[in-house]
Design a protein around this ligand. Structure first.
Ligand code: HEC
Length: 151
């Protein structure tokens, strides 16, 4: 009887050890998976992923999650003709702000957007994200370009 109890205890200990080991193994696999995933992303995709974080934190409150803005108050970034021909206008708005009358997709706005509290790198990332989102025509913005328009 004593031998059987000992055997059971040993068995349980082994089973627990096995469970713990395979659990640890799974965690490691997830971390590796994540690494593989982010290294699969192109530099542009990584920039956009970072830019989306900035957008959600900084721009979304006014320009909305879908980029459509709010009629009469916040102009749309969706298919915006305001910066379609010149991405630096988008960059300048972010780092310098903009005020006064502007026309976006045929509608007039006359309010003010304060310069945004973002680093030069965050400005490049969020501008790249906006250019490649909301039906806009793509492109990339570098930190050098941000510095070139910053007043
Ligand atoms: C506090 C609200 C607010 C926040 C936050 C804000 N904006 Fe704006 N944005 C505005 C307003 C208001 C205007 C229009 C200003 C005017 O009438 O001159 C504008 C205009 C713009 C324009 C030019 C017009 C257009 O729609 O193409 C762009 C581009 C733009 N914002 C991008 C951004 C980006 C990118 C961010 C985040 C980094 C951001 N904005 C954050 C309020 C905001």
């Amino acid at each position: 009887m004593k031998a059987l109890t000992n055997y059971l205890i040993l068995f349980c200990a082994l089973a627990c050890l096995l469970a713990a080991c395979s659990g640890g193994g799974e965690n490691k696999k997830t971390a590796d998976d994540f690494k593989a995933k982010s290294s699969d992303m192109s530099p542009l995709e990584l920039k956009m992923a970072e830019g989306k974080k900035v957008y959600d934190k900084t721009c979304l409150a006014c320009h909305q999650a879908n980029g459509n803005g709010v009629d009469g108050a916040f102009p749309p970034l969706t298919k915006s003709d305001f910066f379609a021909g010149d991405k630096l206008k988008l960059v300048s708005n972010i780092v310098n702000g903009i005020k006064g009358e502007i026309t976006v997709n045929g509608k007039k706005y006359n309010t003010e957007m304060p310069k945004q509290p973002v680093s030069d790198e965050e400005a490049a990332n969020v501008a790249t994200y906006v250019l490649n989102s909301f039906g806009n025509s793509g492109g990339e913005v570098t930190v050098e370009e941000v510095l070139s328009v910053k007043k």
